[in-house]
Design a protein around this ligand. Structure first.
Ligand code: MSP
Length: 474
């Protein structure tokens, strides 16, 4: 088995600043990347931004900013955001990169035998950047429920990708888990969508949309933004100019539930058309809600991730979004819940435990022999991590942290020391510290900055309790 693992994130549209929802793809993929590295794999983790399409062009236009300058500014905000989130990425792609555009055009050429031109008349949602079926139009009375915008009538000649060439093969691959879609209930939804899926229009008239990659050898057409966006997963590796066999197929692709349909229908069709293998797993995460409601500018409940990061730092952010936001289903963010998690769990459960143990060890001149420690993953943890059930794995390790707090209270090492029971004190503290460091190891894919600090506290010749609390309270 190859020791190389390729992991990808969805690339957000740059039609605004990053919001907390965007952080989920980045953070989940980062957890898996860090976990895979600990298991000895060499990891390539792609991230980036999606810069073409109507929605972005329109936004720049409305703001009176040249579109190039607009996407440059926002792409930078996303990159800074990824840095702030401590994402251990290896690649950052912008779909306006010249190399990406060139490779996309070659991808198009290689798909030509599955592409045809036809007249299109139908509905389009700019918000979803997606063509809508008549049934969806009727079911939603002509207004997109996700974007509260009327669908637009489009009537023009476009290129189509013949999904029908691949339908049966895609169905088989998903049904047999050769392409594993997680969670299981999404797999069923996707199989149903696939059955109903018509051929997909994959270009727009350049008169209607100039902001995109030109269709090769036909100046009158521009590529549909999703063809360009999905291609990023392989152009970033150099396809088709370089051999990508060492990295492709991806081990895990992380996407939100709203865009699974593109990744489970159009994307496999493109890959099959190119003769490339399918990714091994597509993990579809839920949505971050605010007080049970969808975040939206019109409701005015959008949470600025920079505010969350500034409040208690990156690991408090990662902690909340990786543990209290369920990996697969929709979950709530509220400032109250975030503050409660910070104070009761990070500051009390973990911060105090580290402080207490380090202080006791230092007072009793006990140090830990790091070379003798063997870090290992508990099987319960690995079971969850391998099924991409990250929030569950996180819960499991947190149970260990809480267990250590109970143990310290029960075993009372301070009382043993006071009674002069040197050996027992030493054994008790070494046991607790060893277990804490092992839990710390399992926590490291989730809150890496904190776990390195904890490691440093206990790793030296002498244990030095943190001078400032790991998670200071106001
Ligand atoms: N540009 C496309 C993705 C192309 S991938 C080849 C896109 N962009 S997006 O900005 O709309 O969304 C980017 C990611 O953020 C998606 O995975 C989407 O599901 C996720 N989220 C956007 N809002 C979200 C929440 N409120 N909660 C969780 N994730 C959500 O789609």
């Amino acid at each position: 088995m190859s020791n190389k693992v390729y992991i990808t994130t969805a690339i957000p549209y740059v039609n605004g600043a990053p919001h907390v929802g965007h952080a989920l793809d980045y953070c989940l993929a980062d957890v898996y990347a860090r976990y895979s590295r600990l298991r000895g794999f060499e990891v390539r983790l792609q991230t980036g931004v999606d810069e073409h399409g109507n929605k972005i062009y329109q936004k720049a236009f409305d703001m009176g900013v040249p579109v190039n300058a607009y996407v440059d500014g926002n792409a930078k905000k996303f990159r800074d955001f990824i840095e702030k989130l401590d994402i251990s990425y290896t690649d950052f792609i912008r779909t306006t990169d010249e190399a990406h555009a060139r490779m996309c055009q070659e991808i198009w050429r290689r798909l030509l035998s599955h592409i045809y031109k036809a007249e299109y008349e139908g509905w389009y949602c700019d918000g979803c950047e997606r063509f809508i079926t008549q049934k969806e139009y009727d079911d939603n009375s002509g207004v997109c429920p996700d974007h509260q915008k009327e669908y637009k009538k489009i009537s023009e000649e476009n290129y189509y990708l013949r999904i029908s060439d691949f339908k049966d093969k895609i169905h088989k691959a998903i049904e047999s888990d050769e392409l594993l879609i997680l969670p299981e209930f999404r797999k069923k939804e996707v199989l149903k969508l696939l059955e109903e899926s018509p051929d997909v229009s994959i270009s727009r008239s350049a008169e209607q949309l100039s902001w995109g990659i030109p269709v090769p050898d036909d100046e009158s057409q521009v590529m549909y933004v999703w063809i360009d966006a999905l291609s990023n997963y392989i152009t970033v590796l150099g396809y088709p100019e370089e051999n990508i066999d060492t990295w492709w197929p991806a081990e895990a692709q992380f996407v939100g539930k709203d865009i699974l349909r593109f990744h489970a229908i159009i994307w496999p069709a493109m890959l099959m058309g190119l003769g490339l293998p399918l990714p091994k797993t597509i993990i579809s995460h839920g949505f971050v809600l605010v007080d049970g409601q969808k975040m939206s500018k019109s409701i005015g409940n959008v949470v600025d991730p920079i505010d969350v990061l500034n409040r208690h730092g990156v690991d408090a952010f990662r902690y909340y979004f990786l543990r209290h936001i369920d990996t697969f289903s929709d979950s709530d963010f509220t400032w109250e819940k975030f503050e409660a998690a910070y104070n009761n769990e990070l500051a009390n459960d973990l911060g105090n435990l580290v402080q207490r143990l380090a202080t006791l060890a230092s007072k009793n001149h006990i140090a830990i022999d790091n070379d003798s420690l063997e870090y290992k993953f508990d099987s319960e943890y690995t079971k969850c991590m391998d099924k991409f059930e990250f929030s569950k794995a996180f819960d499991y390790v947190w149970g260990k942290i809480q267990g250590l707090n109970k143990r310290i209270d029960n075993e009372k090492p301070w009382a043993l020391a006071k009674n002069g029971e040197v050996e027992k004190t030493q054994k008790c503290l070494l046991g607790l510290m060893g277990d804490l460091l092992n839990a710390n190891y399992m926590l490291s894919p989730f809150i890496p900055g904190t776990t390195s600090r904890i490691y440093e506290v206990f790793a030296g010749e002498e244990i030095a309790p943190p001078k400032t609390p790991l998670f200071p309270k106001d």
